[in-house]
Design a protein around this ligand. Structure first.
Ligand code: AMP
Ligand code: MG
Length: 431
């Protein structure tokens, strides 16, 4: 039997919800349709939740925002993207009645998932244009990098790419440059040319299935970033093997977050939390607070989140193979594949990465899942620009302790805290 599971990986816990405003606008959807059909017309709902700022509460701990890994597609989530900025307000709550700044989260369906922008404003309509700018940036990234439609730039590259170099869009070229760099530094654990294998497993539409070893072996001939020729100056790309294709699914949401942050900074917004399915950028900190509080999702789903990270001006991403998978013969096969073998990565339950950009955080989170705990720790130890939280299943911890092991980068010592009462479930080790 074949089934699929989809769940999220970093969240914000924004505190007490005061009221919710639902805006509705019609959109032409383009990005990641999990239904497998190409372009899906959809209706975008901007759910605007007004959150109170607990300005008083001396010891009241704030509920964090959670990291979820890339494909946190909730059920029924199909298509997304909004280029249409006409918003009809169906407002149940109306704008805030006091002049106090409060945090407001504007959510939209995009890139096959939910994206949220948390801003600080006295009322929801005041900040809406800012959030809409971010949503529009996501639509643009979606239309360029979707691997679920026929009309994205990536789809065109996959169609037209071959031995002759073709010109590619400057933004795709920029993401490609980062993706290839992470690919090289991770020794091929991250590789955007993994697309034909991802497709064979059914993770890019169609029925999910477990391919046989011979099929994988044959497909691997057209996988490997050393077989593409990319010229960053000329912005051209060529495939050295027929049938090669690229998949930016492991890095595009991170880029969407970076673009959202850039757009907000450009219009002078200094305080915001951008969240695209667990790929996050924390700009500044919420008014009156030192930092944003981010919750790291429990990969076994027993708790919404098991640990908190206090962050300001930081980019973070989580990947987990629990997100999307196919089950056969009682075995689960996750959607993050080792491009060198064509088989799903095994070992770590989840990887959370802080990096200088959300694009890099996204790519590295996927890469480190493939590398596994020992190599991930080794690699990160030597780098000041990456900080990680790894969750390793208990059976791999090498002893009889029933707890999962949480490997936390020593650089995060001051910012990481395990939720109270979870010492019996998680064994936290700093490295
Ligand atoms: P993420 O959720 O960011 O970890 O990305 C997972 C997605 O990236 C998958 O659904 C695939 O589309 C793609 N992918 C899977 N394995 C790899 C890999 N080893 N390198 C690059 N992309 C991958
Ligand atoms: Mg990723």
């Amino acid at each position: 039997m074949v089934e699929e599971g989809v769940r999220g990986g970093v969240i914000e816990t924004p505190g007490e919800v005061r009221s919710t405003v639902v805006y509705r606008s019609s959109v032409a959807s383009r990005f990641a349709s999990r239904s497998g059909s190409s372009v899906v017309g959809a209706t975008l709902f901007l759910l605007v939740a007004l959150f109170s700022l607990s300005a008083c509460g001396e010891s009241s701990r704030e509920e964090p925002a959670q990291t979820s890994s890339g494909d946190a597609v909730s059920s029924g989530a199909k298509g997304s993207g909004s280029a249409d900025s006409r918003v009809e307000a169906r407002s149940d709550a109306g704008p805030a009645t006091t002049g106090d700044e409060r945090r407001i989260t504007y959510q939209a369906r995009t890139m096959g998932t939910w994206g949220g922008v948390t801003l600080s404003a006295a009322d929801s309509l005041e900040a809406l244009p800012h959030a809409r700018r971010v949503h529009e940036a996501w639509s643009r990234v979606d239309s360029l990098m979707s691997n679920w439609t026929d009309d994205s730039e990536v789809a065109r590259i996959n169609r037209e790419g071959g031995a002759e170099p073709i010109e590619i869009h400057p933004e795709v070229a920029r993401v490609l440059e980062t993706a290839l760099a992470v690919g090289g530094q991770s020794g091929g654990a991250f590789d955007i040319t993994v697309e034909p294998v991802v497709r064979a497993w059914g993770f890019l539409g169609g029925e999910k299935r477990v391919p046989d070893a011979d099929e994988i072996e044959t497909i691997l001939e057209r996988v490997g970033q050393q077989k593409i020729r990319f010229d960053p100056e000329a912005r051209t790309l060529a495939f050295e093997w027929p049938g090669m294709r690229i998949d930016l699914g492991g890095v595009a949401k991170g880029y969407g977050v970076d673009e959202g942050a850039r757009v907000l900074r450009e219009i002078g917004v200094e305080t915001a939390l951008i969240d695209l399915s667990g790929n996050m950028a924390a700009l500044g900190s919420p008014p009156g607070r030192e930092s944003w509080v981010i919750g790291v999702r429990d990969p076994r789903d027993r708790h919404a989140y098991f640990a908190r990270l206090d962050l300001r001006d930081a980019c973070i991403a989580t990947s987990g193979n629990y997100e999307r998978f196919v089950s056969e013969g009682g075995k689960r096969y996750g959607h993050i594949l080792d491009p060198r073998t064509g088989w799903p990565a095994q070992g770590l339950l989840s990887v959370t990465v802080l990096a200088p950009s959300a694009t890099e955080a996204d790519a590295w989170a996927t890469a480190l899942i493939v590398l596994g705990r020992a190599r991930a720790v080794e690699l990160v130890r030597d780098r000041d620009d990456l900080q990680v939280v790894l969750v390793e299943p208990r059976q791999d911890a090498g002893d009889h302790d029933p707890r999962d092991v949480v490997w936390v980068d020593g650089q995060l010592r001051e910012r990481f805290s395990l939720n109270e009462g979870l010492e019996s479930v998680f064994d936290v080790r700093f490295f």
